[in-house]
Design a protein around this ligand. Structure first.
Ligand code: CTP
Ligand code: MG
Length: 221
């Protein structure tokens, strides 16, 4: 049977969130931000290994029980590469779910949908259609942009190991996300329904917004 490995990238500095320590280590509803995602993956029956990619700022009281560790890089893309290298005995077909530590609202339903999509595609990601009106604006110009076919893409992004490793070997080091590595390679990508709860903590006000969405229904063991 194909193995499934989760990689949580947590080696960023969180500069825009302006918190005392990097956002992934901050408390959110009684757990560190990263711990919500660790628990979501570890309690999912299909997930065999969880790899956490960290920088030098791991707090003393943090226990990564049951997780493999990898060292972060200067960019998110480099951190992902390091995480992929930490996979034990990877096969071409190993399912890899690459997730931002800064998105604590992960659910088993999202993981289920991604893994199902991977049975027919080489890559999959949660996405939500853009709802607001879009404009391209400058000091002198304002033009409406069609929302048709435009999506906000979240994480986890799921790949067959062979597809993502090959794509990243030829990719730049500062990709906007991991799908960007495969998008021009003719890889079959499936977008599954994303979730507001998967919102990424980026700015200070995001802590409150995400905290309100972390209802008890997300309480993993
Ligand atoms: N990340 C990482 N290694 C890096 C940069 C980012 O593992 N060199 C991770 C972050 O820890 C985060 C995810 O990638 O979980 C998404 O990145 P982002 O939201 O940009 O987080 P930061 O880079 O930490 O924040 P900022 O850009 O505001 O400094
Ligand atoms: Mg960043």
């Amino acid at each position: 049977m194909n193995r499934t490995v989760a990689i949580i990238v947590a080696a960023g500095k969180g500069s825009r969130a302006e918190s005392e320590r990097a956002k992934q280590w901050c408390d959110l509803n009684g757990r560190r931000v990263i711990e919500w995602s660790i628990r979501a993956f570890q309690s999912h029956p299909a997930v065999d290994d969880v790899i956490i990619v960290t920088g030098p700022d791991v707090p003393d009281g943090f226990h990564s029980d049951g997780c493999l560790l990898a060292t972060g890089g200067d960019t998110r893309t480099q951190s992902v590469r390091n995480g992929l290298q930490a996979i034990k005995d990877p096969a071409e077909n190993t399912a890899v779910l690459i997730h931002d530590a800064a998105r604590p609202g992960l659910t088993h339903a999202i993981i289920d949908n991604l893994l199902e999509a991977l049975s027919t595609h080489d890559a999959a990601a949660p996405a939500l259609p853009v709802q607001d009106a879009l404009k391209r604006a400058s000091d002198t110009n304002l033009v409406s942009v069609s929302r048709d076919d435009l999506y906000r893409v979240q994480t986890p992004q799921a790949f067959r190991f062979g597809a993502i490793v090959h794509a990243l070997s030829e990719a730049a080091d500062d990709l906007v996300d991991d799908l960007a590595a495969v998008e021009r390679q003719g890889v079959a990508v499936k977008l599954v329904k994303g979730s507001d709860r998967l919102h990424k903590i980026t700015y200070p006000e995001d802590f409150d917004m995400v905290s309100r969405m972390m209802t008890p229904r997300l309480a993993f063991p």
